[in-house]
Design a protein around this ligand. Structure first.
Ligand SMILES: C[S@@+](CC[C@H](N)C(=O)[O-])C[C@H]1O[C@@H](n2cnc3c(N)ncnc32)[C@H](O)[C@@H]1O
Length: 269
């Protein structure tokens, strides 16, 4: 980490310009290599194909967790869309290395959503089924695998306590999932589940009210309309869905590649 670097400094100096967005993304990518445990975790994830996203995000999470830990000792994080556990294990790893307590929840189906194996069925569905077309465009298909075992294996590799993670099995908009979390408040919610416009919009509407005052919402795949070209900017559908976030009392305080960080402003609903 750079001497004297902090999340607050990054927010204070942030400019939503092509030049700044590109420089920040490249700098965060390099800074990951200066913190061996971040670099090792990301290398392992890439080598074993255990997640998506950019290397730069590892440094973003490092700064965010340190910042929130300075504000509160009772931090509760949620990831919507866990896949093979990259982000939730990274949060646990950062907490372990910095000697912090984080209470972590993942909401994910823990099963695949496979594409039809037949090329002809795929073509037919693309032509006739608008929902299928949207899911295809927004990359909503995942192979059938034992996701719980893969996530547990990743935790084991980094000597992290998987038994302390609350994994809620299901889709974020399932009635029973919403029922489970509806009376809770969280310090940070990271949305990276359904990438269709409808799915991302529903997540924003359902989960923004669960974030505590001054807490964070981080949206993945959300920078399609931001300036900058040197990084992948995410999905148009998710980025468009983000337009309603300010109406829930959130301010966009930082963007790192296709991850957008919003903070719930004091006194808002
Ligand atoms: C892009 S992957 C997530 C990647 C992961 N966050 C990472 O950084 O490695 C999307 C995940 O969301 C899951 N998913 C899709 N729709 C969802 C929903 N409505 N609620 C929760 N998870 C969802 C998929 O099964 C998949 O595991």
């Amino acid at each position: 980490m750079l001497v004297n670097d902090s999340f607050i400094k990054r927010v204070e100096n942030y400019e939503n310009t092509a030049e700044h967005n590109e420089k920040l993304h490249a700098e965060f990518e390099q800074l990951v290599q200066t913190i061996p445990f971040l670099a090792q975790h990301r290398k392992y994830v890439e080598t074993h194909k255990l997640g998506f996203g950019d290397t730069a995000f590892h440094y973003m999470w490092y700064l965010i967790i340190q910042h929130l830990a300075e504000q509160s000792s009772n931090l509760k994080f949620v990831e919507i869309g866990v896949f093979k556990g990259q982000v939730i294990s990274l949060w646990a790893l950062i907490a372990a290395k910095l000697n912090l307590q984080l209470s972590l929840t993942g909401i994910s189906p823990l099963k695949g959503n496979s594409l039809p194996p037949s090329k002809w069925v795929k073509i037919w569905k693309t032509l006739t089924d608008p929902k299928f077309r949207q899911e295809l465009k927004s990359g909503n298909f995942y192979p059938e695998e034992d996701y719980r075992a893969i996530i547990a294996g990743l935790f084991e590799t980094f000597h992290l306590p998987f038994s302390e993670i609350r994994l809620i099995e299901g889709y974020s908009n399932d009635v029973n999932v919403l029922e489970t979390v509806k009376n809770e408040k969280f310090s940070l919610i990271y949305i990276d589940g359904d990438h269709t416009f409808e799915g991302a919009t529903e997540d924003i509407k359902n989960y923004c009210p669960l974030i505590e005052e001054n807490g964070f919402l981080v949206m993945d795949d959300a920078s399609f309309y931001l300036p900058g070209t040197s990084f992948w900017k995410g999905h148009e559908s998710v980025s468009r869905a983000c337009e309603i976030i300010p109406s829930f009392g959130f301010t966009n305080i930082l963007n790192v590649g296709h991850n957008r960080v919003y903070q719930k402003v004091n006194g808002s609903s």
